[in-house]
Write a protein that binds this ligand. Sequence first.
Ligand code: ATP
Ligand code: MG
Length: 588
Amino acid sequence: MKKLISERDNKEKEGKGNADMTKTGSIPAPNFIRNIIAEDLKANKNEGRVITRFPPEPNGYLHIGHAKSICLNFGLAAENEGGLCNLRFDDTNPIKEENEYVKSIKEDVRWLGFDWEDRLFYASDYFEQMYQYAVQLIKAGKAYVCDLNADETREYRGTLTEPGKDSPYRNRSIDENLDLFESMRAGKFDNGSRTLRAKIDMASPNLNMRDPVMYRILRAKHHRTGDKWCIYPMYDWAHGLEDSTEGITHSVCTLEFEDHRPLYDWFLNELNVYHPQQIEFARLNLTYTVMSKRKLLELVEHGYVTGWNDPRMPTISGLRRRGYTPESIRNFCDRIGVAKRDSIVDIALLEHCLREDLNKSAQRVMGVLRPLKVIIDNYPEDKVEELEAINNPEDPNMGTRKVPFSRVLYIEREDFRDDPPKKFFRLAPGREVRLRYAYYITCVGVVRDEKTGEVIELHCTYDPKTRGGDSPDGRKVKATLHWVSAAHSLKAEVRLYDHLFIEANPGEAKDAGDYKSYLNPDSLQRLTSCRVEPSLAGAAPGSRYQFERQGYFCVDSVDSSDDILVFNRTVSLRDSWAKIEKTQKQKS
Ligand code: ATP
Ligand code: MG
């Protein structure tokens, strides 16, 4: 199990500086990769160029882990004068890759706020060049065509404790290899019947160096090259060449590729081509979710979620639909920093970054999720008042709006208790509370369902002298409730989300094996009889609001319509991160 670490922990261990610097967005926090680049620039390595890339494989939608890599790579380019970052699709496996993914990845990178300008590349554009490089290695006696099938190749490979065995085809002549490789390309052999392999060392302690496969025979339609090729380069052969071809100076990747670096080095040295510098960093893991594309695809394909953009998914498109802002995700990526050691970040930190942003930008409105009818007995039947409400106390420039008040209202069911426990200061029989922006009201009667005894309606009186929410006689009340006018409010559906998993680290939980057994059965709750204030009529899909006292919500971009408004709860108001941070501070 990975150690659960906090932001501060991480920064201290990696020798990072003042976390506040990242918050302003002006000076990026130092990290070990920034330090390497700064040193390189000082030494005028690469003639002072900084060229990075983000190299997704188009076999799924991007997730928050990819956002870390995107922010890092585009960030490193942006903060160095003349720095560039390419977007490159690593499309070497036609079986799993699709144009839909290419499209979504471009959309997500753009939405996050990054621009690859004219530097959009595809590994498939280099297939011919890669083929020529392979021929070059064959001519140098460094690659051979092998007739072992997949199982045999695995058997010959050996294990971590045992060396491998040389393939019986290892010592074919250069001419024979050239001829066979050409025939492979020409489609003369069956799928999987032959491979091209690098001739390195079957006894190497590093399994990646045991004559790795460079090409396989595979008849599969590629989303860009169609049926042009029936041999496809393996990832390890292709990846370093792509970086080299594009002149990438700093090839930033995740830790699992550390063991592959000697192989990339070998290929580039044998070919005698430009050699980028590879730097590995720890991938982002987040509590209560999974981040592997294979698992996310499984959740989509088996209907555990409604799609890649389900608001519970850690995908960029899911987070966007949920109501996350690009700013909050970029800020999160800044704050988690970059380390050389695997860890898992508390999802509460991501939510904290979101609240921080929405608190500044989201308009306040009133919405009642579980309505309870309130009748103000002494309020005239046909009177309607327009009360002034503040749009955002954090930002006076956002102005005010009018909210209608009338005799019949809805308040939140949980804001009333028949028999209030200690410290419950909200409405109860005989008790006076404030209605936000409106009046003080006192509960004078409770109507119950005859059969079930359930409270179905409250009768109250209001004090006309308290208009706006204050009493001229200085009388205090202990609670302020949100409300809507029954006749003026709009019907809405509200979707409340909880973590997708009940286990903090479902990918690694030991017992029960399958991560899917940790899916949270209550991750989605649909409330279908909500009421929101009339100013929300026609609210644009994706627009974000704070429902006072409830949390941040956004108009669902898929299911909301003119007929029925649908809101996603983006995040509640309660900040669990602030609490976690406080306890951490007390402990240290
Ligand atoms: P998976 O392992 O789930 O298939 P991947 O790493 O293979 O994902 P890619 O499309 O190859 O997915 O990723 C593109 C880039 O994003 C790579 O450079 C990869 O290292 C980086 N990346 C992927 N996941 C994370 C993560 N959780 N944290 C940081 N960077 C990541
Ligand atoms: Mg990958």
